[in-house]
Design a protein around this ligand. Structure first.
Ligand SMILES: [Fe+2]
Length: 252
């Protein structure tokens, strides 16, 4: 990793809520190594089965979004890792990425999979999906870990210029993990084959991300993304990751 961002300064108040163990030794420059190891007690052992249960519902109601969520979860983890976030925050990013679009189940596929442009009223319905995702996972926020995941999920369509939704947050008011998800969500959505078009080539997607760096996307995170993305394919899946677990469930 050659670029760095300032993870702690970029975390919103929500991110930092009572997380004294995240304030100290998280990497803040490229020359430092993260030395905070994940404490598994920080993630409840029921987290995996609870999330797998939600995803099982998504898989049956909307297989395309299910696959998209799995990929975005993995990419979010990799971008968080490339950005020098702690293992704990990498897990927050992974779970938030996996859960970011589960609320699309509440929107309906006639809108989420509509070929072509949405009408204004359809777009208003679509804009509710981050809030629906938040509602679906809110019961899990009895634990601190999911209280970190919640704002990251709710904010995944916020833009740094304040023109996003649902809360029109600006810049660093947007949870750091949300700003990461927005980039990898775009990467995956543009690369995906749709009923009405083929997935776009990587160079076109890169141009789009670069074009909207500083308006839609956080430019520091975009920089880390461009410096690290090519190396992600050499990363091996961690056998403890939620994606690994879910892929096993898929194969069963
Ligand atoms: Fe979304």
């Amino acid at each position: 990793m050659t670029a760095s961002i300032e993870p702690l300064s970029a975390l919103s108040d929500n991110d930092m809520e009572s997380k004294s163990h995240l304030r100290g030794p998280v990497m803040s420059t490229a020359t430092k190594k993260p030395h905070l190891t994940l404490v598994w007690g920080d993630i409840p052992d029921w987290a995996y089965s609870s999330v797998a249960s939600i995803l099982e519902t998504l898989k049956h109601s909307d297989p395309g979004t299910f696959e998209h969520c799995l990929r975005v979860g993995e990419y979010s983890r990799l971008l968080a890792k490339s950005s020098g976030l702690s293992e704990y925050q990498q897990k927050v990013a992974e779970f938030a990425g996996i859960l970011h679009d589960v609320g699309k189940m509440g929107v309906g596929q006639e809108i989420t999979h509509k070929p072509g442009k949405l009408t204004d009223s359809e777009y208003e319905v679509m804009k509710a999906h981050p809030c629906y995702s938040e509602e679906i996972i809110k019961p899990l926020a009895i634990h601190d870990f999911f209280r970190q995941v919640l704002p990251a999920v709710r904010g995944h369509h916020e833009r740094v210029d304040g023109k996003g939704y649902p809360d029109n947050l600006h810049g660093e008011d947007i949870p750091l993990v949300s700003r990461m998800i927005l980039i990898v969500d775009t990467l995956d959505a543009m690369g995906e084959d749709r009923a009405y078009r083929k997935g776009l080539p990587l160079e076109v997607i890169y141009k789009e991300i670069q074009k909207f760096s500083g308006t839609q996307f956080d430019q520091n995170i975009v920089k880390v993304f461009f410096e690290s993305h090519a190396s992600w394919k050499t990363e091996k899946a961690d056998p403890n990751t939620i994606n690994f677990l879910i892929k096993k469930l898929k194969a069963a």
